[in-house]
Ligand binder design. Structure first.
Ligand code: NAP
Length: 403
């Protein structure tokens, strides 16, 4: 394509590039060059083949920025940068497969689309592997999280990348490509799962990650159905190979700065990213970085609740946990939004704490209920949710991912 037609430009993020020369060596059309400061991309030569993306160890290579049509950044401009221009998006969805783009935009649609990552979030790597070139992971564990008597079979599945660098941050997703074809003979669609492990892995330092997967046995109308990908994953044995793509997601990320707090609200397997964020903070507990964790977690009953046992063992001063059980015989039905209302003083304080970041993940239906609960909390304390919500979004403090 001539640069006159360009509306998106391939750029390298100088802030995270480690100048290893891998991209320059890989590029089949010699579009990448460097000086003593930066690695840069020649807009008129790059043919968008993306051969450079998977080998890049940091994801610095993976940026396709919208530009004024026909006005790419020059090499001189790129050589001068210490970081990418501020107006550019944090990361692009341009390289994502259609399935992934469709799923991620549906997941964040309810509250007006994705919100930029917190200012102190680690810069994520995205789109390192795609369906044409997935990474093969090996199952190193598959454990049932729910009680034997529970209606749901929810599993903690650990995938090992065999020493290959596959950088993941808490809140990011990976895509699983189920083997085989559908009834029409077409390859199955990719399914997205949030990582449930922190950035250093389920087993720290071993290039691995964990997923939280519920075996799907019925559809939304309660008709029996066998979920293709969830059943494939739940049936995997140790040593089995899995095709993985990603990582995906550059918004639903946790803050890194000392003193930052998290308010996490989830239902069912929407707990996956909350487990990752909690575990990240737990592993750093001795650093005494300040900030607090508050969790609202909804499930049908205690034995249907993934990670119930480990959560119960966490010190109360580390995390303020509020369970909401909806189907415990003899007890009134409770949803997370009921617990948010009950804890209105503490919730109101956190809504007004500039260093508290709020995360919602799980069933689509909870979004409205939680929105109404926050509106009630605000009203009770003389605030106005309709004014506060846009401010929270503007400050990257309100993140939603629901399916
Ligand atoms: P579930 O067991 O069906 O429900 C969990 C709890 O949420 C139950 O107590 C349920 O109550 C309650 N609930 C139902 N409607 C609600 C509403 N309107 N407001 C608040 N609470 C409500 O949940 P699940 O099957 O695990 O589903 C979790 C969702 O998370 C799925 O949509 C999944 O796609 C999504 N998710 C999964 C991942 C992952 O990595 N696996 C990541 C992100 C999101 P009832 O007794 O009324 O049913």
């Amino acid at each position: 394509m001539s640069t006159a037609e360009l509306v998106k430009q391939h750029l390298i993020d100088p802030g995270i590039c480690i100048r290893c020369n891998t991209c320059e060596e890989t590029c089949p059309v010699k579009a990448i060059t460097h000086d003593s400061r930066n690695y840069v991309v020649k807009a008129e030569v790059c043919n968008d083949c993306r051969a450079c993306v998977p080998p890049c160890p940091t994801g610095a290579i993976d940026n396709w920025f919208p530009i004024a049509p026909g006005k790419p950044y020059t090499l001189e401009e790129q050589y001068a940068w210490d970081e990418l221009p501020a107006a550019a998006p944090v990361a692009t969805a341009v390289g994502e497969p259609d399935d992934v783009a469709r799923l991620t935009s549906a997941a964040t649609a309810g509250q007006g689309g994705p919100v930029a990552a917190p200012w102190s979030a680690e810069k994520p790597a995205v789109n390192l592997y795609n369906e044409r070139g997935p990474i093969t992971a090996t199952v190193s564990g598959n454990f049932r999280l729910t009680g034997e008597g529970a209606s749901a079979d929810i599993r903690h599945i650990v995938l090992d990348f065999g020493g290959v660098h596959f950088p993941l941050l808490e809140g990011q997703n990976i895509g699983i490509v189920p083997p085989g074809t559908d009834a029409q003979g077409r390859p199955h669609h990719v399914r997205l799962y949030s990582v449930a492990s922190p950035r250093d892995g389920e087993r720290p330092g071993y290039h691995n990650c964990a997923l939280t997967v519920k075996r799907v046995t019925e559809d939304h109308e309660k008709k029996p159905v066998k979920g293709v990908c969830s059943n494939y994953l739940c049936d995997l044995k140790k040593g089995d190979k899995v095709q993985v793509i990603g990582p995906f997601g550059a918004n639903f990320l946790m803050p890194n700065h000392p003193g930052s707090s998290l308010m996490m609200i989830c239902t069912g397997t929407g707990s996956a990213p909350m487990r990752a964020m909690t575990e990240r903070r737990r592993r750093r507990i001795d650093l005494k970085e300040g900030g607090s964790l508050m969790l609202f977690f909804g499930a049908r009953a205690p034995d249907e609740l993934p990670y119930f046992g480990p959560l119960m063992k966490l010190p109360k001063e580390f995390i303020d946990i509020n369970f909401a059980f909806s189907r415990v015989p003899g007890q009134p039905k409770q949803y997370v939004q009921d617990r948010i209302r009950e804890r209105h003083d503490d919730v109101w304080r956190r809504l007004n704490d500039a260093d508290c970041y709020i995360y919602l993940c799980g069933l689509k239906g909870m979004e409205k209920g939680v929105d109404e609960a926050f509106r009630d909390v605000c009203r009770r304390h003389g605030g106005d949710w309709d004014k506060l919500l846009p401010q929270l979004r503007e400050k990257s403090r309100y993140h939603v991912e629901t399916y």
